[in-house]
Design a protein around this ligand. Structure first.
Ligand code: ZN
Length: 332
């Protein structure tokens, strides 16, 4: 038994030394697991995950359990993985300590709350659908934003197994997004902005816009984060990714940069940007039919790989994106 164990350890060590990020991605980014996460979070039993409800708390517990299974560390001063926000609920936060620069932080984030049911939807002017409303009352929010949470959890899994991040990586699942970015506003107040090197937020990455199987990033003119990501992607596989795989936000008139959980961090000059795949004019946006059947898990898997490859030089601490520039503050 003992010998066998030694041999097995050697194989594991050899594997982990030799494993390329490609091999690790193939092992850890699994379309079925992505599907399972979204299916759970968007199931009717979670009743649309409205902030302040028991089902919202249930979603938080499910995410915390995943963080625990992955082996993420808890952040000191919090209640386990929970960052309590007054009386409304909890952000869920887990950490992977950096090897050589533990005090420098990269944040990945996604909001897990949604808009509840026909009765509780906090947005008075939501899109009605009399036909759908005859047999459905729950806004399941599979794309908005169980899709983003599936990326968050999968990235945590990947980086935990890769076990080679020089900077610390923090994973935050925000609540309160749909009722005024409450979770991210609270969290941004707690962070030391000088410690955060970059933040990438995911919001609606499960359906493509214009049939394009690629992500876009908001607020690209305010830091050079997109250039770093696209250069790393180009270097990794020019044929697949070309020179500018991640698009700059094609829907600027919608002000998406100001409408998601990145923005409270942007005000502290942190290069904090949101990755999306879906159009703001998407037919199922804030719609009863935003359900698991409409989600493209292969698209999500590809976007996760894009982010791993793209952030490679930020995770290994050889590169730092520029801070949010003055142009942002002048424009406001
Ligand atoms: Zn939403």
């Amino acid at each position: 038994m003992r010998n066998k164990f030694i041999i097995l350890s050697c194989v594991l060590i050899l594997f982990s030394k030799a494993a390329t990020s490609q091999q690790l991605m193939d092992v850890t980014i699994n379309v079925d697991s992505i599907h399972a996460i979204i299916e759970t979070l968007s199931s009717d039993s979670l009743n649309g995950r409205l902030t302040g409800t028991a089902e919202n708390l249930k979603a938080a517990l499910i995410i915390a359990k995943s963080f625990q299974n992955i082996g993420l560390k808890q952040v000191q001063g919090l209640n386990g993985y929970f960052e309590k926000i007054d009386s409304i609920g909890n952000n869920v936060i887990g950490l992977l300590k950096g090897k050589s620069k533990p005090n420098e932080l990269i944040i990945f984030s996604a909001h897990y709350d949604h808009i509840g049911t026909l009765k509780t939807n906090p947005h008075p002017n939501f899109r009605r659908d009399s036909v759908a409303e005859e047999y459905d009352t729950i806004f399941n929010g599979a794309n908005d934003n169980a899709s983003g949470v599936s990326a968050l959890i999968t990235l945590a899994k990947y980086f935990s197994i890769a076990n080679n991040n020089e900077r610390s990586i923090m994973f935050i699942a925000f609540t309160g997004e749909e009722v005024g970015l409450l979770g991210s506003k609270f969290s941004a107040k707690q962070v030391d902005e000088n410690a955060v090197v970059a933040m990438i937020n995911f919001d609606m990455i499960g359906r493509s816009h214009f049939e394009k199987s690629k992500p876009y990033m908001t607020g690209c003119e305010y830091s050079n984060l997109i250039n770093i990501l696209n250069r790393n992607l180009k270097k990794y596989d020019l044929k697949k990714y070309g020179r500018s795989f991640i698009e700059s936000d094609p829907f600027k008139y919608e002000n998406l940069f100001w409408r998601s959980d990145n923005i409270p961090f942007v005000h502290k000059r942190i290069p904090a940007h949101t990755i999306l795949a879906t159009s703001p004019d998407d037919e199922f946006y804030h719609h009863l039919k935003d359900e698991i059947q409409t989600i493209d898990c292969n698209l999500i898997a590809e976007i996760i790989k894009t982010i791993i490859i793209g952030t490679n030089t930020i995770v290994d601490a050889t590169e730092k994106p520029t801070r949010i520039n003055d142009y942002f503050f002048r424009k406001r």
